[in-house]
Design a protein around this ligand. Sequence first.
Ligand code: ADP
Ligand code: ZN
Ligand code: ZN
Length: 701
Amino acid sequence: MNWRLEVAVQTPAHSALGDVLSYASPLPVAPGALVRVPLGRREVLGVVWSAQPAGVQDDADDAAAPVELKPIAAVLDALPPLGAGWRDLVAFAARYYQRSLGEIALAALPPQLRDLSTVQLARRLKRQTAPAAAAASPSGPALTPEQAQALARFDAESGPFLLFGSTGSGKTEVYLQAVAALLEREPEAQALVMVPEINLTPQLEARFKDRFGSGAVVSLHSGMTNPQRLASWLAAHGGAARIVLGTRMAVFASMPALKLIVVDEEHDPSYKQQEGARYSARDLAVWRGRREGAKVMLGSATPSLESWHQSRPAAGEDGGGRYVRLAMPSRIGTAALPTVRLVDMGLQPPRTVLSAALLDAIGQRVARGEQSMVFLNRRGYAPVLACGDCDWKSECPHCSAFRVFHKIDRTLRCHHCGFTERVPRACPACGNPDIAPVGRGTERLEEHLGELFAGVKRPDGSPVRIARIDADSTRRQGALESQLAAVHAGEVDVLVGTQMIAKGHDFRRITLVAAANPDGALFSSDFRAPERLFGLLMQSAGRAGRDAAYLSAQGTTAEMWIQTHHPQHALFAALRRHDYPAFAQRELEERAAAGMPPFAFQALLRADARTQEAAQGFLNAAGAAAEGLEGAQQVTRYSAVPHAIQRVANVERAQLLVESASRAALQRLLAAWQPLLHGLRKQPAGKGVIRWLVDVDPHSI
Ligand code: ADP
Ligand code: ZN
Ligand code: ZN
């Protein structure tokens, strides 16, 4: 007998081929099995979605002329099929984020799997070990009462949980002990622990391997080589790995015995994929946990307003949120949260970069052998190079943005399209040789600090050591690890960097953190900017004074300095008191009044085109076409507008916002809209459009 298989393959995004392709097979193949199938002139990897005897029609439409199906090429039967839970997750993500099944499914698999033959894979699998047991009785420090209480509730209730714990309150320890308790009860269970950024994985991996033994823990992130990723993936899929650590992509790891999911720093924007299928790994984690009966713990010192709102206590009429809030307000030991000091930059001499008071405070710390960290969210030397005689500025010829001056190799680099040129000797417009940097990035701040501390000596008479960590300084493989190691080893006195150093790191000897110029985000057009800024500043503050014993041995206290032109701003008032709930309440009231998330649900239709008119024309035609669709009455459609950075690499970008108080109505509209959009693309309204996409729950609008 012949079998008809529905197979998910990687078709081009938005292809008209539909979600699955049909193939013939002489034998039945289990759903979730990996197969190799012909597609066009190639042979590609696919995931079997369903199988039925050929000739049996489940669909009246199929009764038309039976089509000759191509046979599959091979079954990768050395590999156990992907489970129903995993397939449901993929199907949900495809539906919710408006992508094809095959795109999500194939992107969730390690790239190397696509290239291995059946024989190679079988050989690779033979090298895999039997499930690794976690270390016999992993023991950690005695829990603080706050930690113990959080864990007790985690044990007793079903969640999802929001662990609202200050920086340094011991959240990671709670994750470790939650995993330990799980593995003690169920030695074969699996736990998934996610962090927002690759650069936080080594630290976490070290802590987990230290506790559970290195055989039980694997990592999954895009910084790994393809063979490494395949090995981790196979260990998770085969059930050998007890614990999978990873970045957002890890939410799609195949874990047949998944019982616990941790999303650390759940508020972090990095959990939102910003290209291809634009999924939120945090939101998918919550969905996956419910589907697979795994407990979910989201952790943060500054939760997203969505999660905070979901975890509101039951009081008054609305009955509270769906999440269980676990609070850990205190830091470990006797360490207090840093004192926040605001410097009014309006009172400083013109062109002050670092105020005298801040420099003095850093100088005192240096003299005592303590470390300081100055944080500036802009890399490069200066964001613009300009001519004082004419109007010339270092604009990118291909984008509506300035090219950034990088002094280290004397280049002008566009951070949007990558276009790079040597710095011209003179103004390209008027020939003036005096073109000058305007504004300041981390490279220039590092140089400035070097000049200011040039004559200053450390306690042992040696010069002050200044270092910088940002995307430029860490481009080389392994550079970040060695630079972080130098900080941990006390080989740096003043560390300059971008948000890369503000997040997550467990620095022990940093006692002062300064935000050099955070004002930009206060008046941004992006409604999420204040939430982001508050989170980032709290995170940065969290890097200071993490070791109570060190603070008392030094006889010092931790400080967070903020240089601002708006010291009266309510955001800073809440920050001074480390009062996230007050900040969140105010923001939520504003969002509720304006009908914005989390009180409304949004999606963006984005289009790229040769001209801005073409992009907007397509979007507005699409908006009009949505009239009368299912759900449309409950969904507000706005007009198309240019993207915040309108042109990138000579492509014009525009977007159209749709919004609804009902997530279900928005989803119904998006589903009904999708086929119309495909059609519209081929009509005159789609002329000049290069690509379009739907971004559900967008992070920046
Ligand atoms: P967070 O993740 O909330 O920032 P961590 O879990 O990194 O905090 O804890 C901060 C520091 O305190 C770490 O060095 C950790 O090893 C230590 N720590 C955590 N819990 C305890 C505890 N119960 N007793 C002693 N030290 C602890
Ligand atoms: Zn000029
Ligand atoms: Zn550019």
